[in-house]
Design a protein around this ligand. Structure first.
Ligand code: NAP
Length: 346
């Protein structure tokens, strides 16, 4: 719980990821030294939340010592595939805080099943840059629903965070910023409007990022006008992540890394590889250095020099997505009405 009433409040979902950690450290580097900062870490588990806090603390001590005295930590345990957990995160935040300044929606998951090594080899031989920019050989399971009976990836990456924002809007009002982490892979072809919960999709991860793009473009103006909340859409390019480690051995891991560097040498702007460069766009957006009306990506040149790259997004269907999420939220407001008793409220 925050002891510092007047601090800048920053919440990063999925702080334990490579990107979550780097968003935290880049933002801490850039926030002014005249105000205290409360960093709210999230994880599904207590050990990981504690680990994230201690890693960030160590990094700050060794690299940004001037921030050590200004920084305090808090954590929220939340699983976005469980609506009661999302509701409970809302109650915790509402009890502890009057305002949240920055909310990064970074946590995400897929339902991966492995790698189709035959397709991967063919793709790499045909076009190595494309093979590590738009991989189609990562196998995803279809039809995976959560215990709430929602599409699991849809709930984890879109509806769970959306519902949390819906509940904590009053904490973000008047100047709070929401930064949604999307992906390069959010092409319109990955989303069918007959399957918005992505239950039939073999590319549910990519479909969920397409939903995030559409949700942003449908809602950012209204959020600003009605609540004074500034929402941004960014993507981190491509960087090393822990999410696929389980399917790789040292040989395939270093092979992948080598292909990333080759892609960068051949001119791919998105092979950032480092989580620190990947965090450039999210932090630039948070600090008001990008436009809300565009999707902005973290990019770098052949020598790894970072820059921001704006993307055009086809926003066809954005209102349908916004309406679907709004209606589903109302349904869940009703379902969760008696879930947590008054004794948990302030
Ligand atoms: N890696 C890339 O090249 C790449 C490219 C484009 C976009 N992105 C995006 O960048 C972001 C970070 O990616 P990453 O690869 O660094 O992530 P990652 O290593 O896969 O970590 C995912 C994070 O999300 C949290 N998380 C997963 N499922 C969750 C759930 N159901 N509820 C709550 N939290 C959950 C995990 O937290 P705990 O395990 O601690 O609970 C973890 O911190 C994601 O939004 C991803 O889609 C990544």
């Amino acid at each position: 719980m925050s002891l510092i009433k007047d601090s800048v409040k920053v919440m990063i979902t999925g702080t334990s990821s490579n990107l979550g950690f780097n968003i935290a450290v880049r933002l801490l580097e850039q926030l002014p030294n005249d105000k205290e900062i409360t960093l709210i870490v999230t994880s599904r588990t207590l050990p990981k939340a504690k680990e994230s806090i201690s890693e960030i603390k160590n990094h700050v001590k060794n690299n940004i010592p001037e921030k050590t005295k200004l920084l305090e930590f808090d954590y929220i345990l939340v699983d976005f595939t469980d609506m009661v957990s999302v509701l409970s995160a809302y109650y915790d935040l509402d009890k502890r805080y009057k305002h949240i300044d920055y909310l990064f929606i970074n946590a995400a998951q897929g339902v991966y099943n492995g790698i189709d090594w035959y397709s991967a080899t063919v793709e790499v031989l045909k076009n190595p840059v494309d093979a590590v920019t738009n991989p189609t050989y990562k196998l995803q399971r279809t039809g995976v629903a959560s215990n709430d009976n929602l599409g699991l990836v849809f709930q984890a990456n879109v509806f769970g965070p959306y519902y949390l924002i819906h509940r904590v809007k009053h904490l973000l009002a008047k100047g709070g910023k929401i930064i949604w982490i999307s992906s390069l892979m959010s092409h319109p072809k990955y989303l069918s409007f007959n399957d918005l919960q992505l239950l039939r999709s073999p590319e549910s991860y990519e479909g969920s990022k397409r939903l995030v793009d559409l949700l942003h473009f449908a809602s950012y103006r209204r959020l600003k006008e009605e609540d004074g909340i500034l929402q941004y859409l960014v993507h981190p390019g491509i960087f090393t992540s822990f999410s696929f480690f389980q399917f790789l051995n040292p040989f395939t891991y270093y092979g992948m890394l080598m292909l990333f560097y080759i892609a960068r040498m051949l001119g791919s702007p998105y092979h950032n590889i480092s989580g620190y460069i990947a965090a450039n766009a999210p932090v630039a957006a948070a600090l008001g250095k990008t436009k809300q009306s565009l999707k902005v990506g973290s990019a770098c040149n052949r020598s790894g020099k970072e820059y921001l790259k704006y993307e055009e997004v086809d926003t066809t269907g954005k209102e349908d997505v916004a309406k679907y999420l709004e209606d589903l939220s109302k349904e869940w407001d009703e379902k969760l009405k008696h879930q947590i008793t008054n004794s948990r409220q302030k």
